[in-house]
Structure formats: C-alpha cells, structure tokens
Design a protein around this ligand. Structure first.
Ligand code: CA
Length: 674
C-alpha cells in the first residue's frame, strides 16, 4: 500500500522505547482486553443474510448493543424503507430477524443502539454484495451469479508456491489505455476478452498474459472500497483501493453496473473463470488491517470499539498509517477474517491471498488462516507484507513480521532485501543498487538468491536489511524489484541512472534485475507492464493519480519487442527448470555454491547436483552489475549458453567450453550442462 514502510530496525527501537512505560500500559490494556475477551463470540458462517425455504433470516453479531433495528429497502440508495423491524437478542452476541418471504432483490441495513445513542445505519460486515457505494447490503441469490461451467472451475495446480510466477495487476492499469484494444476498459470483464491487440497487432489483455507465461495474477484490492464514487463512473476516478468498506463484496466500479448488485459478483467470477481457463491462478490482495474510516465504519457501527486497537489514552492506534488498525487477536475479528477468506475461496475460487501490512495481524491468526484454508485448497498461496506502517500496541513478538516468518511456516513474506539490494533503496529515488553499479549490495543479493534461508556461504551480518535467515523454506519468500508501491522499475532506473543514460542502457539494467529475481529461489513477482517498460511518469505514490499516470501504454510492446521477449524467455526458463524452484532449505544449502570472486557488483554461483530433479547437472549464473566487462573462471566442459549480453533463450544461444569467460557490463551470463 501507499505508506512508507519503517525498517525492522526502527520498529525494534520503537518497541524498546515502549517497554519503558509498559507496566502502566499493561494494566489498562489488559483491563480493556479482558473486557473484550469476556464477550461472547460466534464462529458460524451465516452472519448477514440467508434465504431458505421461503424465509429470509438476518443475523448480526453485536454483543453490547441494547437494541437493534433492521431496515429493508427496495433499492440500493435514495429510497425509504419498505420495512423496519426490531431484531431479537439471542446467544453468542447474536441478533436475529426473520421475514417469511424471499427478499431477493431487496437491500438491508442494521441500526444499533448502544451506550445511550443510535450509532447510524450500516450494511453490517457481511454484505456479500451491495448497492452503489456500498451503503446498503444486497439480498441476492449467489447461485444465479455463477458463469457456465463454474462447478468444474478450478485454479492451476501449484505444488509449491515457488512454482508460481506472480504478476501483480490493477484492473484499470491493464485495460484503460486506448492501445489495449479492450472493450470493457477498467472492468473485471476486461480480462475475459480474447483476441485483443494493440493498433500494431501485439496481443493485449489475457492473451498477452498467456504469451508472457506468468502462472498467477495478484489483483489489487477488488473487494468494495470507499474512495471511488460508483454513482459517477464517467468521472473516471482512479484508486488502488486500499480503503476497505465491504470486505465480502466485489468493488462496484469494476462492474458494468454498480447499481445491480448481481453484476459485480457475476462479472468478477467471469474474470476468474477466464483466468482459470487460461491456466492462470488468481491471488487476491486483502486489507483486513484497517478500514477506510475508523469511526463510522461498518465494524464500528456494529460492535463499537471491538474490532480495533486503541492506545492507552483511548485514541485509535495507527499501525496502518491510515488512522486505525484492526485487532486480529480478538476472537471475533479472527473469526471474521477466517470466514471472509473462506467466502472468497469457496464462492469465487480464489487461489491465494496477499495480506497488506500483514504484521498488523498476529502470528496465531495467520497460522490458523493457513491451516483452515489449506483444508479447502492444499495449493493455496499465502504471503504478505511482513511489516507495519507505524507502531502497534500488539507486541513485536506477536506480529506477523518478516523476522518472525520462521514461526509461520505456511505463510510467505516479501523480501525487501532483494528488492532494495538489486535496484537501490525503495524511497531514496537516486539510490542505485547492484544492477545499477552500486557496490556493497552483493551479500544482500545473495540473501535473495538463497530465498532468505540459512546458507553456509551467505554472511547475514552483511545484509542491508535482515541480519538473519528468516525463511524456513524459499516457499516463504517473495522476490521482487518492484510492485504497485513506489517508483516502477522503469522510473527507478530513470531517476537513479539519470536523464542522460539511454533507454537501451536502462533496459539492460532492467533485464539484469529481473534475471536475478526470476532465477532466485523463492516466489518471483513482477508488476504489471514492466515487461513492456511501463512507467508512472515518475510518480511514486500513484494511489489516486489519474489514468494518464497509471495506465499501461501497450504501444510500448511494439516499441520494445526485445524487452518483452526477454521477460517471456526468462519466465519460460524458470518454468522449465525445477532447479530454480527448490522448496527445501537444506537442498538450497546443498545445491547452491557461490564462487569466490571478490569483485564489486559481481556474483557468480552454481546450482549443482541436478537440483530438484532438473535435467541440467549444473547451472552457472554470473551477474555483472558493473560498467566493466568482467572475466570469470568457469569449469571446462560442454556448456550450453542460456543467457549472455542481454540475450536469453532457454533452448540455448550457443555453446561454450568454459575456462576464462567474459561477462558484458550490466548483464547476466547463464550456462548449463547435463
Ligand atoms: Ca466501492
């Protein structure tokens, strides 16, 4: 998300400074926590509304409410209720109302009375769809929203998360530019269109993704978020969507008709089915860590105080940097996250989740999520940002932090290590990295290469960010050099290398950077459009920038065919060779051997022993991030040249005999032998 991330070291310092005042805080905190812990909770998955045998039943969890009213509306907005009734208090903090009618097509809100006042109408936290702008929950028959063949729909088999090649995408970035040739621009349906091309005939949309060869898309927030006015779509507002409003409904502005609550559900399912039919899995970005607004949010209007953390003085704590943070350690928030995730898996066939600011959540919750979701889909992919954007009342040893990844074996974390080491610091825009000639990043790049696992030749004390191997397995690490946050790789290379450096030279650096990512152990991850050198006009925090900044200009695919081919071949290389996809840390330690080179911006290593069942006995990889041609010693033998001087071909570019070999400036040399 858009917030600048504190490094682990600064978080540790904050936690240490808090410890001084802990005795006083602990008492007040524990009194509040005891009060919340004493409230009854409900783990059932039938909160919200269910329709069965001609009866519509409403259930709301609101353990401290003194009175609750239910309103039924004929439309999603701008109408008076056709029915208002009191709800009955039952066990488990539940309030129930039943109407002996099938109310499909109608909308509802709850209104609770607590602590001497009516709190304000809310669709509750279990709206599975909603009226335009999400103020009223919709009552729809979800079974009627299924596309043809939905029962047999299934994501790709993914034996280990390291077998995935993840492509992060925003619905609007992908299709809104005229050059996309797509009809449903900025909509879920955009990715259901086949045969779309640029004006010069290059494939776009889902055909482009198939051509590129990625295995999974990671879609930016696609639940109902608050920042885009769904009643004014012609104004073409843009937002990343890190402002959750209704967690269990798709976003209305991505549907062709936000006023029709079935349309957003149906169209999102059609998009997912189109991806699945193309062999591509769908990972969804989820933002349970905070809500768009704190006071007046659906959480706040149904159970005031309960779902959020507060500071000692009663103010809202703010580890999200967005004004509030949720409290996953409280049982009903944990139940909510679990049931919400299950809803997306069961109803939408989502194949994985990316947890925004995951360290706001507690470790126990993340482990429970991993265990429960793997019961439904053993292949599900789970990872998140192992950091917060500010301090939290949740103690650091309970946070789902990158450094605590070893306590969450089923959950992965993003590697800011490889990210910053390869391209330069994420926020210091002029800073360079390994691929752009700055020395001193070699050991941190090696941390990336071994997937942040324990390796006898990697000296973690020289790591720029992490000082210890934090992953139990490469399957716990997402390797990347750019994402929606911060400068795109294109813009980063521009800013750090300078205006006078040619596009061709910047693309050399891009190829080297992504070669390191795509050949490293772990889960490789790229940001949409990098394969065509998309930029964001130098805007780093483009969360609400216009399309003119965020849209991918697909004409680039015509301008830079060699760059696109490089990405395509690089992905094909990874997919064809299990040696790049070891999921066992011991295998990584045994099969990866670094060469002593002692030259700045030069790394040379081998993947040995037909690693992970590879037909290649040995793969030699040399990365030269310097401006000079370097010479390395390669064992004599019959080698196939896979990559050399910014060319790559998994089937081979030629042969080599080993011995002293030259590596061109800012490029990768990859050799293989059987
Ligand atoms: Ca919305």
């Amino acid at each position: 998300m858009k917030i600048s991330h504190f490094g682990i070291s600064s978080m540790t310092a904050l936690a240490a400074s808090m410890a001084v005042v802990m005795p006083f805080q602990a008492n007040a905190q524990s009194a509040m926590e005891q009060q919340y812990a004493s409230l009854p909770t409900y783990a059932g998955d039938d909160l919200g509304v269910t329709v069965r045998d001609g009866v519509t039943t409403f259930k709301l969890w609101s353990p401290q409410a003194q009175e609750v009213k239910l309103n039924i509306y004929p439309t999603g907005r701008n109408s008076a209720p056709i029915m208002t009734m009191g709800m009955l208090k039952g066990d488990n903090g539940l309030w129930t109302a039943t109407v002996p009618e099938v109310l499909y097509g109608k909308f509802y809100t709850y209104h609770i009375y607590q602590d001497g006042r009516w709190r304000g109408e809310t669709p509750g936290v279990w709206a599975k769809s909603a009226g335009a702008n999400g103020q009223r929950a919709a009552i729809i028959d979800l079974s009627l929203t299924n596309p043809e063949g939905w029962d047999a729909d299934k994501g790709p088999e993914t034996k280990s998360p390291v077998d995935a090649v993840v492509y992060e995408m925003h619905h609007r970035d992908m299709s809104i530019h005229p050059s996309s040739g797509i009809a449903n621009k900025g909509k879920f349906l955009a990715m259901t269109e086949h045969g779309t091309t640029t004006p010069t005939g290059e494939k776009t949309g889902i055909d482009h993704l198939k051509e590129l060869g990625i295995t999974h898309v990671q879609i930016l927030p696609s639940y109902d978020y608050g920042s885009v006015d769904e009643t004014n779509l012609p104004s073409n507002q843009y937002n990343w969507g890190y402002d959750p409003q209704n967690y269990n409904s798709p976003e209305g502005s991505y549907s062709t008709n936000p006023s029709d609550p079935a349309a957003r559900v149906k169209e999102m399912k059609e998009m997912i089915k189109a991806f699945h039919d193309a062999g591509i899995g769908v990972i969804m970005d989820v933002v349970y860590n905070h809500t768009f607004i704190g006071e007046g949010s659906n959480f706040d209007l149904t159970a005031p105080g309960y779902y959020y953390r507060h500071r000692q003085d009663g103010s809202w704590s703010d580890a999200s940097g967005c004004g509030n943070e949720t409290a996953s350690e409280r049982q009903q928030m944990r139940n909510f996250m679990l049931n919400s995730l299950k809803h997306w898996v069961n109803e939408y066939h989502i194949d994985g989740f990316r947890f925004d600011l995951m360290a706001i959540h507690d470790i126990e919750t993340m482990n429970e999520i991993a265990a429960e979701l793997r019961k439904i889909n053993p292949d599900i992919i789970l990872y998140g940002e192992g950091w917060t954007a500010g301090d939290s009342p949740l103690p650091a040893d309970k946070r789902a932090l990158k450094d605590n990844a070893y306590m969450m074996p089923g959950v992965g974390v993003f590697s800011d290590d490889i990210r910053d080491a390869v391209k330069g610091h994420y926020s210091r825009q002029e800073d360079r990295g390994f691929a752009t000639g700055k020395p001193g990043n070699e050991e941190t790049v090696k941390i990336g290469i071994v997937g942040a696992t324990n390796h006898p030749q990697v000296d973690y004390s020289k790591g720029n960010n992490s000082k210890k191997p934090y992953a139990l397995s490469p399957a716990q690490v997402v390797n990347y050099v750019s994402c929606h946050d911060d400068l795109t790789l294109t813009d980063k290379l521009h800013k750090s290398m300078g205006d006078t450096v040619s596009i061709a030279k910047r693309q050399r650096a891009a190829k080297l950077a992504q070669t390191i990512v795509l050949t490293s152990q772990g889960i490789p991850f790229i940001w949409c459009g990098e394969e065509v050198f998309r930029d964001k006009k130098g805007v780093h925090n483009s969360f609400q920038s216009p399309d003119s900044v965020n849209a991918i200009d697909w004409n680039n695919k015509h301008l830079y065919p060699e760059l696109f081919d490089y990405y395509r071949n690089l992905i094909a290389l990874r997919k064809a060779h299990p040696a790049f996809r070891m999921s066992d840390a011991k295998e990584v330690a045994r099969n990866i051997k670094f060469d002593r080179v002692n030259v700045p911006n030069l790394i040379s290593y081998s993947i040995l022993n037909n690693a992970n069942g590879d037909r290649w006995r040995e793969i030699k990889l040399v990365f030269n991030g310097s401006e000079m041609t370097q010479t390395v010693n390669v064992p004599k033998g019959n080698w196939t040249v896979i990559a050399r001087d910014e060319q790559i071909n998994p089937d081979g570019l030629g042969t080599a005999k080993g011995g002293k070999m030259e590596v061109a400036p800012v490029s990768a040399l990859i050799l293989a032998r059987e």
